[in-house]
Write a protein that binds this ligand. Structure first.
Ligand code: PLP
Length: 393
């Protein structure tokens, strides 16, 4: 028998309650999601601001189709880079006060591109937070560059590693962590980076849209200049509501990536109409309305949860002020059972298990959105009470 490892690997995943499969979403409107003919309140979306179905964003997409058609037709360096892409880049560069911006088809590709392009010509050391997203960790590991991880958000751990590094060094972290919802001490990290002449890279997939007065993320919220965070990565698939990603930085950095990042050079440019819609999404966030609604929901959830019966059981709500409110369950089987129970109660919260999170840190990753009404949040906490007690009693 050949390729026996395929079924063996699947069997092992099943035995450990770690097998995964995709599900078909029939419809998803506002905070509702329909799966297998059933409707659920969706607490597992990264559409934190409801921008996916914001009228002005959808309208811009349609308008863009009229102007450009549906696809870009080529990679950016051939004929795929349109006025719509340039306008989005210019908007981001201007408001983030960066010299240049470039677009990628996904955040995954952008993270891979950075590590791959740096591995090309020189020896850059990479120091990354232990909990960074798989798209970066995987890229750093396969780059062949010297790579180590520092303890999560730990200044002392980063300093210790920095002191051992010689030569160029990239410090990589996230603005808001995808699975924990907490934030990196970016200002302190940036000071450390500048002292050691390293470059700080911020992956702001979960800060984009949600933080900053124009929704431009952690860099805007904390006033991090290009000098403070020379590599800024953001994605559009989460709170911005579309898809794709960008990297912002010096003209030299962006020109370097444009010349050496294979994920950029050999991949079809984003659909221009979508870039047009992405720009409309950023513009619609400038009134702060959606961010305000999300904040109200976060406050309400934390307040209701603090007096919920869940606190009598061995589950732990991680400390987070963001849309991501993880409930640690610490065992994949229990976590799956709670997720199933919640489903019976009409609440959709995916069980996030190893290897997305470290072993033993399985969790219900609850995400809140501006699309939720206060009564949705009440229903969520009632259902959590029942599900946690039901599974653990
Ligand atoms: C989602 C995510 C990515 C990948 O972005 P996509 O555009 O979805 O490919 C990268 N980094 C972090 C932290 C993410 O959460």
């Amino acid at each position: 028998m050949t390729f026996e490892f395929v079924s063996a690997a699947l069997d092992s995943r099943r035995q450990q309650n770690l097998f995964r499969q995709t599900r078909v979403v029939e419809s998803s409107t506002g905070a509702l999601v329909e799966v297998d003919g059933q409707h659920y309140l969706n607490f597992s979306s990264n559409d934190y601001l409801g921008q996916r179905q914001h009228m002005s964003v959808m309208q811009a997409w349609v308008e863009g189709i009229g102007q450009y058609g549906v696809g870009s037709g080529a990679s950016p360096l051939v004929t795929g880079h349109t006025r719509a892409h340039q306008a989005l880049q210019d908007y981001l560069a201007e408001h983030l006060e960066r010299e240049k911006v470039m677009l990628f088809s996904s955040g995954f590709a952008a993270n891979q591109a950075i590590c791959q392009a740096f591995s090309k010509t020189n020896k850059v050391n990479i120091l990354a937070d232990k909990l960074m997203h798989a798209s970066f960790i995987d890229a750093a590991m396969s780059s062949g560059l010297p790579f180590s991880r520092f303890l999560h958000n730990d200044v002392a751990s980063l300093s210790a590693r920095l002191s051992k590094v010689t030569g160029d060094c990239l410090i990589a972290t996230e603005g808001v962590f995808s699975m924990d919802g907490d934030s990196a001490p970016l200002t302190t990290f940036s000071d450390l980076a500048k002292q050691s002449e390293s470059w700080l890279m911020v992956d702001d997939a979960h800060g984009m849209g949600v933080l900053g007065k124009n929704g431009l993320g952690s860099a805007e919220a904390l006033n991090l200049s290009q000098h403070d965070a020379p590599i800024l990565m953001g994605t559009f698939g989460k709170a911005i509501g579309t898809a794709g990603a960008f990297i912002a930085g010096s003209a030299d950095l962006i020109d370097y990536l444009t010349n050496f990042a294979k994920h950029y050079i050999y991949s079809t440019a984003l659909p221009p109409a979508m870039s047009h819609a992405t720009l409309a999404s950023f513009q619609s966030l400038r009134d702060g309305h959606q961010q305000g609604k999300l904040l109200e929901n976060i406050t309400l959830f934390k307040q209701l949860f603090s007096s919920s019966r869940c606190n009598q059981y061995p589950v732990e709500l991680l400390v987070s002020d963001t849309a991501i409110q993880p409930l640690l369950v610490n065992d994949p089987k229990t976590c799956l059972a709670m997720s199933e129970k919640l489903k019976q109660l009409g609440i959709w919260i995916s069980a996030i298990r190893y290897p997305t999170v470290p072993k033993g840190q399985d969790r219900l990753r609850i995400t809140l959105s501006a699309s939720h009404k206060p009564e949705d949040i009440e229903a969520l906490v009632d259902a959590l009470d029942l599900a946690v007690a039901g599974v653990l009693e």
